[in-house]
Write a protein that binds this ligand. Structure first.
Ligand SMILES: Cc1cc2nc3c(=O)[nH]c(=O)nc-3n(C[C@H](O)[C@H](O)[C@H](O)COP(=O)(O)OP(=O)(O)OC[C@H]3O[C@@H](n4cnc5c(N)ncnc54)[C@H](O)[C@@H]3O)c2cc1C
Length: 453
């Protein structure tokens, strides 16, 4: 296999000029912090419900996790409480391309295939197939030979599999900017290079946000800040456990057909890209930087740490101004520049060791890989909660809402979450049971139930 020089991430400050530059309004119904998939989808839905909305993004629309992911829009293997929102999300994805008439938002229904090489994994897939059935979702359990028929060139051990034909992908780096353009055309104000430094409160309720460019009056703020969310809410004493890990991905070209859709086995995730080649990542490897937040949330994350111990590689030194790093400010005065401005786009370095391991595994699992080459490599910072499911709730500070902690699976569910949060904020009925996603679950004495990673 020939390896070429890995290139940078899809969206960075050097190559992506500011595209959204709405003037700051004096006052607005709702301010959204963060223009990732979650913030932009919430803006889209809030606008439809007649609200005036301002989205503040410290870097670039979709510049962090939301452009760096595999693009899976996946019901397969979802947490039971997330599944109904995810099923709704999938139908929203299908509508969005039609509503916006933008091909960057096209959903390609290629299916998702999970392969099992152990009885334990097979048991988990069987349990999910039953859960899916109870929700009217067809997720087909496969024998070893049926699974191999889906992926004929695969040489790994397969005891069985699970295939959900209705799952698929949206190319992530185009999708969020495209939806932001549609929001902007519909009248949502969006500004890049505009960090929200803190939240203003009056008599125990939100009364505005202070950005690096001035103050906006509002009674409702949605924090959809990905890995940065807890740093912002800490400024108004709204604390919750959130830690982040680094995950790596590569684009490979020059291979024969590996699979026509999306497949994950015990070590690799493979996605066929619409523009050719495959995105490939390790499913059992991430880096975690031990910093002050790791100590502060040690107890909350102990179950999660036990669960993902073998896949976690510990590092001591976070680069400056990374969330949770030793040298990153934890509290600040809103008159001064904050870590949000010092680090506009989280852009972790790629890692040769991971790229080499991906190449090794591809050679082990498939034939004819001599012309395969790594044409692009990147990394993303994934924010997690102690139970691997997000927080979707109003916080104890009235008017401050959180949609964060998507733990590596927030892209596909983004439109569904946008819809849920827009309804919550406008006090419209939400059809889904959100108890599992409540803010208070980390402090109300209940035992945490880990979702699937
Ligand atoms: C390698 C990788 C593969 C993944 N694969 C998948 C997948 O296949 N399917 C899937 O569903 N999910 C996947 N995920 C997870 C998914 O990408 C995330 O869960 C999702 O993108 C989170 O979206 P978000 O909007 O919450 O956060 P983000 O995309 O991180 O957006 C948050 C935004 O908020 C901004 N911000 C933060 N603080 C402030 C502030 N104070 N002021 C202004 N702006 C601020 C940030 O700059 C950022 O742009 C993957 C993630 C990675 C890294």
């Amino acid at each position: 296999m020939q390896a070429s020089e890995p290139k940078g991430p899809p969206i960075d400050l050097a190559t992506t000029p500011v595209q959204f530059n709405s003037p700051l309004p004096k006052a607005v119904d709702v301010v959204i912090v963060g223009a990732g998939i979650v913030g932009i989808c919430a803006a889209w839905e809030l606008k439809k419900l007649g609200k005036s909305v301002m989205v503040c993004e410290k870097g670039r629309v979709g510049g962090e996790q939301s452009s760096r992911n595999w693009g899976w829009v996946r019901q397969t293997g979802r947490d039971p409480d997330e599944l109904p929102i995810m099923m709704e999300s999938l139908s929203l994805w299908k509508n969005i391309a039609g509503e916006t008439r933008d091909n960057n938002l096209l959903f390609s229904e290629q299916g998702v295939l999970y392969l099992a090489n152990s009885n334990e994994k097979l048991k988990r897939l069987t349990a999910f197939a039953e859960l899916a059935k109870s929700h009217g979702l067809h997720s087909q359990l496969l024998s070893s030979s049926e699974a191999k028929k889906h992926i004929p060139n695969y040489n790994g051990d397969v005891l069985g599999g699970l295939f959900t034909a209705s799952d698929g992908r949206v190319e992530p780096w185009g999708a969020v900017p495209a939806l932001a353009r549609a929001c902007s055309n519909a009248g949502v104000a969006i500004t890049e290079s505009c960090a929200v430094r803190t939240i203003e409160q009056t008599n125990g309720a939100v009364s505005g946000v202070i950005t690096e460019h001035g103050t906006i009056k509002t009674n409702q703020v949605l924090v959809a800040g990905g890995a940065w969310s807890s740093m912002l809410t800490r400024q108004v004493d709204v604390e919750f456990p959130q830690l982040s890990v680094t995950s790596y991905a590569v684009r490979i070209d020059g291979t024969p057909e590996l699979f026509s859709g999306n497949v994950a086995d015990h070590g690799l995730g493979i996605c066929k890209r619409l523009d050719g080649g495959y995105n490939i990542a390790l499913t059992d490897y991430h880096d975690f930087v031990v910093g002050p937040d790791a100590f502060a949330h040690f107890k909350s994350f102990s179950q999660a740490a036990k669960h993902s111990w073998k896949d976690t590689h510990f590092k001591i030194n976070a680069p400056a101004n990374y969330p949770g790093g030793w040298r990153t400010a934890r509290r600040w005065n809103a008159e001064q520049a904050t870590p949000f401005e010092h680090n506009r786009i989280l852009n972790p370095a790629t890692k040769t060791k991971v790229i080499d391991r991906i190449k090794e595994r591809l050679h082990e699992r498939f034939d004819d890989m001599d012309n395969a080459r790594v044409s692009h490599a990147w990394a993303g910072y994934i924010d997690t909660t102690p139970d691997f499911v997000p927080i979707l709730d109003e916080t104890p500070l009235a008017g401050l809402y959180l949609a964060t902690g998507f733990s590596g699976h927030g892209f596909g569910i983004g439109p569904g979450v946008g819809n849920v949060m827009a309804k919550m904020i406008t006090a419209a009925p939400v059809e889904h049971d959100l108890t599992r996603f409540r803010f208070s679950r980390f402090t109300d004495g209940s035992r945490l139930k880990l979702g699937p990673m």
